[in-house]
Design a binder for this molecule. Sequence first.
Ligand SMILES: Cc1ncc(COP(=O)(O)O)c(C=O)c1O
Length: 1002
Amino acid sequence: MNLQHWADALNSHWGITADLRRLDGEYDLNFMATDADGTGYILKAMRPGCEGWLVEMQVQAFQHIAAQAPELPCPRVIPSSNVEAMLSLPDDSGADRLCWVLECLPGKCYANAAPKTASLIHEVGAALGGVGKALADFQHPNLARDFKWDLMQAGWVGSEIDSLSDPSKQSLIKEIETTFANLEPVLQSLPKQAIHNDANDYNIMVTGELTEPRRVSGLIDLGDICAAPRVCDLAIAAAYIVLDHLDPEAALTALVAGYHSTYPLTAQEVDLVYPLLRMRLAVSVVNSTLMAAENPDDPYVTISQAPAWRFLEGHDLHPGLLSARLRAACGMPVVEGAERVMDWLHSERGNFAPLMGADLKDAPMGSLSVENSTWPQNPFHMPLQEAARVGEEFEDGDKIWLGYYHEPRLIYTEPAFRKGPFKASNRRTVHLAVDAFAPAGTPMFAPLAGEVFVVENRTGHLDYGGVIILRHETPAGDPFYTLYGHLDPECCERLAQGDQIEKGAQFCRLGDASMNGGWAPHVHFQLALTTQGIEADWPGVGDPDEMYMWRAICPNPAALLNLPDEKCRYQPTNKDTIRKGRQDHFGDNLSLTYSDPVMLLRGWKHHLFDEWGRPYLDAYNNVPHVGHAHPRIQAVAADQLKRMNSNTRYLHPAQTAFADKILSKLPDHLEVCFFVNSGSEANELALRLARAHTGAKGMVTPDHGYHGNTTGVIDVSAYKFNAKGGIGKSNWVELVEVADDYRGSFKRDDADRAQKFADLVDPAIEALQERGQGVAGFIAETFPSVGGQIIPPRGYLPAVYEKIRAAGGICIADEVQTGLGRLGDYYFGFEHQGASPDIVVMGKPIGNGHPIGVLVTTRAIADSFAKGPEFFSTFGGSTLSCRMGKEVLDIVDDEDLQENARLMGADLIAGLNALGAKHSCVGDIRGMGLFLGVELINVDGSEATQICAYVKNRMRDHRILIGSEGPKDNILKIRPPLTIDAEGVQMILTVLDSVLSEVALP
Ligand SMILES: Cc1ncc(COP(=O)(O)O)c(C=O)c1O
């Protein structure tokens, strides 16, 4: 291809001097032309013999869109120097080609854009709807044309099915084609208009990198424009949007809702989208099969075949449920008559026969929500003993109490409620019924006349036991259904499908736990406006992210109980209200993680749950060292609070028991404990001890360190005092470079790096001495954490300690992050270094959430300090704290959590190393046990702050909490509770792999 030929043509006929690059194209020559200013153009040289009308029609359509809706992201046609939209020019072999030039829109094609979020897809739909609306009155004599990509003419596929060799593929395409044929009369009845007709993922342009929002920047290529019902346009786009999408239903929903937002659809059109989508994919696969047979060596023709087959063969979405979903997303009634049913139910409120035989107006509501309830103790496992007692706190003799509609609950723990492979995958939590709790055997009466649609005994674990679904009709003849679950299965013997039940007739009774699935006796009372797609097996709870649909299919049944909707409907605490409260009541430098912060209300081991019961894998929080909500921690706290809670001015065996336990983990020379409330307080105390013992004030500390938030320790925390708005370095502090052998002055290939880093302490000591501060000591996080999860080369700390001691100082090991078994191979980080500190500081994890800090030192240092005034910390060493701290340390031992940290850490590091080999933005993987860092880098090796922010937020989108650290905030910090298991490790690796792949896309 002679690029110069076309560059010259562009220059002489359009006056554009540009560098050209060939773009892909099925038949025509397409060039990307970039001029000296960086402005881009697309030069299109059509195939020789291309009909003039084809270009003319596209040119006019683009011009029409530009005139009708200039805001739409469609390219403008660039006229030639003599104001022609197209010219016939010879190519380098002398053949004439019709040539035209378009503005080049920014961004990359949708196929290469990631992530393909619902909001981006919604915007694609909105842009396509906008174009459809703009083209509604576009006319051209050739719009009605005869070609295989007109979905209205897709019936041709029927006669080519034999080209597929696989019989199962043949029958699949036959089934799609038959469904399509049945819909043809409806399709033919729809108005036709000009449509884009090829909004595939290479014809949609997207801007936005990393943390920027993704926006649709272009809808290009009108080469397939034709006249057809507009829903064909939407279905064609949909056929590409769903391919290889992790949640094709959600993607389709976002697209249709987006289209509807700019060019409102009818319910009939919405229902056509899915069958037409499948037909388009059928056309695509049959066409590629035929073309592949003709051109066995051309990969272009089969490019979309594999994903299309994957979708067609892998997804058999229920058309009825999908229709309800799409309609609900467009704000339409889910079925014809749904609004009339609801109007009638509301108008009849108060006139229904009482379900429980009693007026429920004053029946109390009992909440089993994520935020109000702690059922079950383990949100991943509901034992039968607990299920049978659920809600017992609301019981009051034989009185009826009610459970909320629309309430997120954690009591649904069976795998059937989980929507993905991991514990932190999406989960159905939101109750779609009202419950009435009453003694087993309580009779129930039909609120209105109905016909038995289902009567069954579902004997599965924690299922319904006896269940009845009744079919009703409003006086206007609109059907709806009510479900009664957890019944005494005796109803199955008395009732059969088709039986008529009179209004007010006693038709069933509450089962006990032995027969109702295992639950505390209650009825699950649910309303549904359609059974399409849910048939006899209605979900009793919905995914919180799909409530737009479930609220529409299964609305609040309060009217049927003669109750106001508000009484029965639960609304979780709104995250935005809490956020606003924070803004009103707290300072602006109290930061929140994530662009969309999470509100966490329950936890269990290494998982957390938000207000809707969405689970998250906690791979970040080290405070819940032995896991969130550990039963032994709960028990010991409750037990001590039942007894008394006082301070160290009185004797209590818990104080010495805690001290004994800690000292058993430390070298013998560390023999005196101080109990305080936090890591900050412990480090603050360490500074006082150092000063008391040495008589000096000067401190040496590594750069980027953090030791707490109090006035004294802020001065030795470069991470804070050197931060924007920080107070700067004090004259009694000297910083030394962090012993980072990945990015620092001495690298891993330097065998003497430990000593060389340690030697940097010499000038710091000298500087302090010169300033008359003397050397009180050296304080360092044993493995710098906020500095970027750094493991200093072995031997670094002993070399530093030697120099500090020679200068008269003492050595403080801040083990707040690294201590207590997290490192797997070591209980404390200083053990790895072969160092012998004078003071060890512990914090955070030692209380598992209860505020405890501990300092341990030598007798000599403690004695120096004891020469001063009394030391007292009101809550430090409280009876409660001592018992909790000891319990945490005991649990680490009893549950072998240090060993678990070692094993899980090794698996994580191995998996991360594999990801590092695959993804070029991974610069370094470091850490030990469950103290891990992944340093992300740009192409030039510099710190990839933006990529890191992107990855952290995307991990959160996928329900994994991790952190980011380092001077440039480019290091992913993985630091889960020590309970993390192989499944959690796998989830981190799987999700990180997919998120890093998004970063790598061109
Ligand atoms: C290494 C280190 N030391 C001390 C502290 C301060 O602990 P606290 O927040 O309990 O005062 C922290 C807190 O993040 C820390 O990471």
